[in-house]
Design a protein around this ligand. Structure first.
Ligand code: PLP
Length: 483
């Protein structure tokens, strides 16, 4: 199956090569020439592993042995045997995506990506090692490290801002095991780390290091990260069917806490593959560029970035939105022109027809930190369900949606992180607590709510720190050349 750039129909590559390339050479994102056909009714009868095999296999048919890859990716790594359970909570259902090795939804994709990369590499007869470089503000780095640790033929180096991640996040990365991992704290903020990584790519010729490794990234623009995320929309639908919440063919709405627009785009792809999805609700925090965009058709990044209690959504440019613009128009020239405007002017306005098409499928809303905390408290009190800060954003915006539209279609809220990944903010929603120690807060949250702490987060405080280096941002390049 051929993939080409969102910005041009030329230079199409097969799905294995698209995974290896990550980004298309013209800076666009890979999109399929034509979406595959799948048998939705059959898929809905399958278990999660078979669903993943069918869906990822349909999206990436040039990568052989999908069943084994799925098994290797997930088996024994998730605390839920069905990987992504859907649980009822009050009026809504919650799709829990955080039962993976780092308790964040990114595990679903980042457990699978190394398998896909390795298989694509073999398929293409690529000899050299791949070196994954990732700058992280917290969540992605740890999920990528866990996904790639000890994978033969691949090495990974993660940079995080020194003093710029939470204590739990730092502990998660500093204690990382694996014989192919490097973790470095960089003096500076997240932007410095990210700019440093971009500079490495710009400096290393043909992305081949003098040490003989081919540079790549693990960020969510890779189609190999997007494809695995389609599965859990089918899984959630199947769970609602089994529970009798819906009948086959009924529509379901999904509320998705959104940052880079990868998670919600996977929902749109599920709909395009034939799943009866109603409205996709795009939930933002105070960084509400997408809320404004869905309302007005104007994407405008010229505004300050707010630091919030849902940091994984603190984003001004949602890269995967570019894929939606293409999927809705099929017009590579239009997408290329809009992306050029965004790059040069910091904003773009989509044509009215496209704006209407987007508004027919998506609804955007936002919720600030105060509202998110209030939601955590109310949801816990009313339903006994404990949300993290990102999930609370999705919940609050789902409520806004129902109030404003009166649409009572069954609602699934995607839960993207365990509450114990953000214990300070979650606890502060339930009580005043002045203990400065994040691990003490984790324990207190558990005592107060009776919700179990995921094992990986219990253990991290006792693990030996293996990565303590702090480097200047000017040292980033030299650190990776011979890895
Ligand atoms: C990454 C992340 C998100 C946002 O997902 P996108 O695919 O970037 O939109 C939401 N919540 C959590 C906890 C995340 O880690």
């Amino acid at each position: 199956m051929l993939y080409h750039s969102t910005r041009s129909n030329e230079n199409a590559v097969d799905s294995a090569q698209a995974v290896l390339n990550g980004l298309a050479p013209d800076g666009g994102l890979y999109v399929p020439e034509k979406l595959p056909q799948v048998d939705v009714q059959e898929i809905l009868k399958m278990d999660t592993y078979a669903m993943a095999t069918a869906i990822i296999g349909a999206m990436l048919p040039d990568i052989p042995g999908m069943e084994t890859l799925v098994h290797n990716a997930y088996s024994g790594k998730f605390s839920a045997s069905d990987l992504t359970p859907t649980v009822p909570a009050g009026e809504f259902s919650v799709l829990e995506l955080f039962h993976g090795p780092t308790s964040a939804f990114k595990d679903v994709a980042l457990c699978m990506l190394p398998q896909l990369l390795t298989a694509a590499k073999t398929q293409k007869g690529m000899q050299e090692d791949i070196l994954i470089l990732t700058a992280t503000s917290g969540d992605t780095g740890k999920a990528a490290l866990e996904g790639f640790k000890d994978v033969p033929g691949i090495k990974i180096c993660v940079f995080y801002p020194h003093g710029g991640v939470s204590k739990v996040q730092r502990a998660q990365m500093a204690t990382q095991e694996g014989n192919n991992v490097t973790v470095l704290a960089v003096e500076g903020n997240f932007d410095d780390a990210q700019t440093g990584v971009k500079n490495i790519f710009a400096t290393v010729k043909d992305d081949l290091t003098p040490g003989g490794a081919r540079l790549s990234t693990a960020n969510s623009i890779n189609i190999g990260r997007l494809a695995p995320q389609i599965t859990y929309y089918f899984k959630a639908y199947a769970d609602l069917l089994r529970r009798g919440t819906i009948q086959m063919g009924d529509k379901v709405n999904f509320s998705v806490p959104t940052g880079n627009f990868g998670d919600i785009l996977a929902g749109y792809l599920a709909k395009k593959l034939g799943l009866p999805v109603g409205t996709l609700i795009c939930a933002s925090n105070a960084n509400n560029v997408l809320t404004d965009f869905i309302e007005t058709g104007l994407y405008d990044r010229r505004r300050p970035l707010h630091k919030t209690i849902s940091p994984s959504m603190d984003i001004l440019v949602s890269s995967n939105l570019e894929r939606l613009l293409y999927l809705m128009t099929g017009d590579t020239e239009l997408v290329a022109s809009l992306m050029k405007q965004l790059n040069e002017n910091g904003f773009y306005q989509v044509p009215e027809s496209l704006q209407n098409a987007i508004r027919a499928e998506f609804w955007g809303g936002c919720c600030d930190d105060e509202q998110a905390k209030k939601t955590i408290g109310q949801v816990f009190q009313n339903t006994g369900y404990l949300c993290d800060t990102h999930t609370a954003t999705g919940w609050a915006v789902a409520e806004q949606y129902q109030e404003k539209t009166g649409d009572k279609t069954p609602m699934v809220v995607l839960s993207t992180a365990s509450p114990y990944k953000f214990p300070a903010a979650v606890l502060s929603a339930l009580e005043e607590n002045s203990d400065p120690d994040e691990f003490a807060k984790m324990d207190r949250l558990c005592e107060l709510t009776g919700v179990k702490i995921p094992e990986n987060l219990v253990n991290v405080r006792y693990k030996k720190e293996l990565h303590t280096a702090v480097i200047a941002k000017e040292q980033m390049l030299s650190k990776v050349l011979y890895l």
